[in-house]
Write a protein that binds this ligand. Structure first.
Ligand SMILES: Cc1cc2nc3c(=O)[nH]c(=O)nc-3n(C[C@H](O)[C@H](O)[C@H](O)COP(=O)(O)OP(=O)(O)OC[C@H]3O[C@@H](n4cnc5c(N)ncnc54)[C@H](O)[C@@H]3O)c2cc1C
Length: 237
C-alpha cells in the first residue's frame, strides 16, 4: 500500500510530529511505502490566487473553478500543485495529520486543500461524492485537540467531534470520492502525562496496523438522494 501523509505542525518535537513519526515507522515496518508532505517544512503556499495558473483562460476576470478546470486539462497548474496531485494519484491511503485549530485544520493545510483539490482533478463534471475524482482511495484524519474527550461528546460544550469534523470528512474527503475511515483523535496531549501520551502513540500504531479493517464513516452515497438532492425517505435514520 502507498500512503500519502500530509502533515501540518510547525514544531518538529510536537505531539503531532510524534504521531507522524509513529505512522511512518508503523507503515514501513509493515512493508508499505510512505510519502510525507510536511507543509511547514515545504513552506507550502497556502493562499489560492492567480499565480496558481501558469496560463489564464480569462485574463480580465479570475473565476477560480473555471481556470482550475482548464488548467487541470492543459497541465498548466503551478508546479507545486501538480506535485501534490501526482502524490495523490499515486497513493492508496491519504492521512491528514494536524492539530485542531478553531474547530478545523490549520490554514496551511486548508490552503493545501484549496489549491490541490482542483475542479477537473478532485471533482467536477459529474464527479462528486462516491463518484468523486479520487474514488477508490481511502482517507483518514489524525487529529490532536486541546480539549478533553468529554468536551467533544454530543452534550459536551464543544459539540460532538463527529459534527466538528463533518466539514472535512464529508465536505472535502467524501466529496472528492475518498472512502473516509474513522478518525484517530488524540485528546489534549498537552494535558496528559508522558505515560498516557506514550499509550496514545502505541494505540495509534495499533490502529494503523489494523487499517485494512478500520470502519468507514457511514456517509450516504449519491444513490441515496433524490433528484432534489434530498435523502430518500427509506434511508432516513
Ligand atoms: C490557533 C489555535 C487554535 C486552536 N483551536 C482549538 C480548537 O478549536 N479546539 C481544541 O480542542 N483545541 C484547539 N487548540 C489547541 C490545539 O489543538 C492543541 O494545542 C494541539 O492539538 C496539541 O497538539 P500538539 O502537537 O501541538 O501538542 P504539543 O504541545 O506539541 O505536545 C504535547 C506534549 O506532548 C509531548 N510529546 C512530544 N512528543 C512526544 C512523544 N514522542 N511521546 C510522548 N510525548 C510527546 C510534548 O513534549 C508536549 O509536552 C488550538 C490551538 C491553536 C494554536
Amino acid at each position: 500500500m502507498k500512503v500519502l501523509l500530509v502533515y501540518a505542525h510547525e514544531e518538529p518535537h510536537s505531539f503531532n510530529a510524534a504521531m507522524k513519526n509513529t505512522a511512518i515507522k508503523t507503515f514501513e515496518a509493515a512493508g508499505h511505502s510512505v510519502v510525507v508532505s510536511d507543509l511547514y517544512r515545504m513552506t507550502f503556499k497556502a493562499v489560492a490566487d492567480g499565480d496558481d495558473f501558469l496560463e489564464r483562460r480569462d485574463r480580465h476576470y479570475l473565476k477560480r473553478q473555471f481556470e482550475e478546470q482548464a488548467a487541470s486539462t492543459l497541465g498548466t497548474l503551478a508546479h507545486d500543485i501538480l506535485d501534490e496531485q501526482e502524490k495523490l494519484k499515486d497513493c492508496d491511503l491519504l492521512i491528514l495529520q494536524f492539530p485542531l485549530w478553531w474547530f478545523s485544520m490549520p490554514a496551511i493545510m486548508k490552503g493545501w486543500v484549496d489549491r490541490v483539490m482542483t475542479m477537473g482533478f478532485a471533482y467536477g463534471g459529474g464527479k462528486w461524492y462516491d463518484e468523486g475524482g479520487l474514488k477508490g482511495k481511502r482517507a483518514m484524519l489524525a487529529v490532536t485537540t486541546g480539549g478533553p474527550e468529554a468536551s467533544y461528546l454530543e452534550r459536551g460544550i464543544n459539540g460532538s467531534m463527529e459534527k466538528v469534523l463533518f466539514p472535512i470528512q464529508h465536505g472535502i474527503l467524501f466529496f472528492c470520492g475518498f472512502d473516509v475511515l474513522d478518525p484517530f483523535v488524540a485528546w489534549g496531549p498537552a494535558h496528559q502525562d508522558q505515560d498516557s501520551r506514550t499509550k496514545v502513540l502505541n494505540r495509534y500504531a495499533e490502529v494503523l496496523s489494523g487499517i485494512e479493517t478500520r470502519e468507514r464513516v457511514p456517509f450516504h452515497p449519491l444513490a441515496h438522494y433524490d433528484k432534489g438532492l434530498q435523502l430518500k425517505a427509506e434511508f432516513e435514520p
